[in-house]
Design a protein around this ligand. Structure first.
Ligand code: ZN
Length: 398
């Protein structure tokens, strides 16, 4: 049983101008009681939720992990309750280890009256593509409009890295000024270590995290827009997916999965109209910092896409990728295979046979290595053997 025992609002210890919305949860099954909180600037505090919506979303990963009952004794939107039940059905179909759970809540049609639209912002390719197309800067590609952008502290940059977050906030504010919309900031501890919120963030909890933050401000917002990570026909099973994200909408707040008809190459080609955007793009969370590591899969796929679109020279925040590095790259995970396949097709189309050959070699080598890499991943979970497993896997470049 996960039970929301009470909710309070207070000054945040993170800063005197921040207001904190806290949900106190009681947990059974020997699990410790815990708090989830959302901090916003005082100016946004009037938009903080009074319903059970953000707490229901915050509790769902615990339901998947522990099973049993989620009890939210607050008015909770009927549409959101029905939608999240469908969301849970799909994820349990995808991941057979997730446990069933029952939700007990004070079911009501709740429309908190939010009037603004916002887009989540992170400084990466996907969020820049979405944010730009929701402002007049998008020109003929504009698909809507947002009143503001929202940057979250506690998702990719940890709460104990204030200087890293300040650097990302500064970069994001510079983007927002040029897009002509204000940047808002929220901090949250929802990604609690040792839970599915951290252990299965990408595969399971990514969209839930965004929805919880949006619903925490449901009296301010009626529409939350976030960027698709993949073109719809290349989607892989992940926490954010075109089939499931809209099931996190409530009667008063619609979740919009944007840009699913565009691949990585399409997005960079669009952003190349605004070269200043590509100068300082931030795509990497490996070091949980405001800088790109230049080595991880996210950095590599962006470097390849920039090279193919002829925009590499415009980017100051990523190194130029070599053909040798592409050939040796491991892309055995479904998400990486989808990106590499898309980029190989594009390289062939534009006559970059050198890049096409290197990408194909990586895809072929990765397909051959995938069975042993998957085996070693299991090996790594065995006490006493994990170090050897990881060493061999790294030798294989995975
Ligand atoms: Zn990186």
């Amino acid at each position: 049983m996960i039970k929301l025992s009470s909710v309070e609002r207070c000054r945040s210890p993170m800063g005197s101008s921040f207001v904190r919305l806290i949900g106190h949860f009681k947990a059974g099954n020997g699990t410790e009681d815990f708090d989830i909180w959302f901090d916003v600037d005082e100016e946004l505090a009037g938009g903080l939720s009074e319903s059970g919506a953000p707490w229901l979303i915050a509790a769902i990963p615990y339901g998947f992990e522990l099973g049993g009952t989620i009890a939210i004794e607050r008015p909770t939107d009927a549409m959101l309750l029905e939608n999240t039940a469908a969301f849970a059905h799909i994820f349990r179909h995808w991941y057979r280890d997730l446990k069933p759970f029952e939700v007990i809540a004070d079911k009501k049609i709740v429309d908190p009256g939010g009037e603004k639209a916002f887009a989540f912002f992170s400084g990466g390719i996907d969020s820049l593509h979405t944010a730009t197309r929701y402002t007049s800067l998008g020109g003929t590609d504009q698909v809507g409009s947002v009143d503001e952008l929202l940057l979250i502290w506690g998702f990719d940059i940890e709460l104990d890295s204030p200087s890293e977050f300040a650097a990302l906030q500064k970069q994001s504010e510079d983007f927002a000024v040029r897009l002509g919309v204000p940047l808002r900031v929220m901090a949250t501890n929802i990604r609690r270590p040792g839970t599915f919120w951290t252990n299965r963030w990408g595969p399971l909890c990514h969209a839930l995290g965004k929805a919880a933050c949006a619903l925490a401000l449901e009296k301010r917002y009626k529409k939350a827009i976030w960027a698709a990570g993949y073109r719809s026909d290349r989607s892989v099973v992940e926490g954010s997916h075109p089939m499931t994200d809209h099931y996190l909408s409530s009667s008063g707040l619609a979740m919009v999965y944007d840009g699913a008809d565009s691949g990585r190459i399409d997005k960079i080609a669009f952003l190349s109209r605004f070269p200043w955007m590509l100068e300082d793009i931030h795509v990497c969370w490996r070091g949980a910092s405001s800088r790109n590591c230049g080595q991880c899969p996210k950095c590599l796929r962006t470097e390849i896409a920039l090279e193919l679109t002829g925009m590499m020279a415009r980017c100051n925040s990523l190194p130029r990728v070599s053909l040798e590095r592409i050939r040796k790259a491991y892309c055995g995970e479904p998400a990486e295979r989808a990106f590499f396949t898309e980029m190989a097709e594009y390289a062939k189309k534009i006559g970059r046979s050198d890049m096409y050959m290197a990408l194909c070699e990586s895809l072929t080598r990765s397909r051959h290595r995938a069975p042993i890499v998957n085996y070693l991943s299991r090996f790594e979970k065995t006490p006493g053997l994990w170090r050897a497993g990881r060493s061999i896997r790294r030798m294989l470049g995975a």
